[in-house]
Design a binder for this molecule. Sequence first.
Ligand code: SAM
Length: 280
Amino acid sequence: MAVSMSFEPGLYVTATPIGNLKDITFRAIEILQQADLILCEDKRVTAKLCQAYDIKTQLTAYHDHNGEEMRPQILERLQNDQVIALVSDAGTPLISDPGYKLVRDVREAGITVYTIPGACAAIAGLTIAGAPTDQFLFAGFLPTKTMARKKMLTELKSVVASLVFYETGPRLADALLDIGDILGDREIAIARELTKLHEEVRTGMAPDLAAHYSLQPPRGEIVLVVHPPQARQWSEEELTGLMIDLLAENSVKDAASLAAELTSMSRKTLYNLALGLKRP
Ligand code: SAM
């Protein structure tokens, strides 16, 4: 049972659902009901959420095109101890959505920025993709043009982590072809329409998925997750060769450390190998 509370003055960065209207926290509903003002991207979109939860607070548009002009007015209201909520059309504000400059300016003015966390498509997609989650890099939207897209993918190629992108249906097949070209053989998950009626996750390799989606361009919203690069498997001969080369110019200890960096294998194992090779 939610306990109603009043809020300290400040800016409240408030997450809203990414599809299913029930994916909203008690605290988000309370702040939206009690705030002096809700800043939103598109008033028509946020009005639907407000209608569902009996929220009668004034809505004001805040987006990339009016941010510059709006920020001084918002700061003035906050300096007068108002409670202001910032939402985006869906999910967590600032994540591929406007808000960063506002948060920066509000913090610089010495006013508190609070978080009301909740749904985020990137996290929702990642957590059901079946990809490793210990380290991941959220890279936002890939560029629309193939040259720029390939450049960005090349920059991300060496990152040893799952990669999470936002993508649109019409661009998905082309993006998958470029991912296959640049990132090579990696498993991919396409998480579509999360929390909505047609939610699905399709997994596979880039060329197969590209073929599938070029025949049936997908509708709706998409999170694309790429598994990390596979750690290279070193054969015994390769390891011995590497170690002999390193021992030619390094001590056993340094050779083991360098080999550990190069192979991601345990330093102790490599130290023992180096020691064995060094013995007469
Ligand atoms: N701030 C939002 C968040 O926290 O998820 C993301 C905003 S970004 C402008 C919109 C993109 O998020 C969509 O183009 C899509 O890639 C992804 N997205 C949003 N809702 C989604 C959903 N229900 N299923 C899959 N992807 C979604």
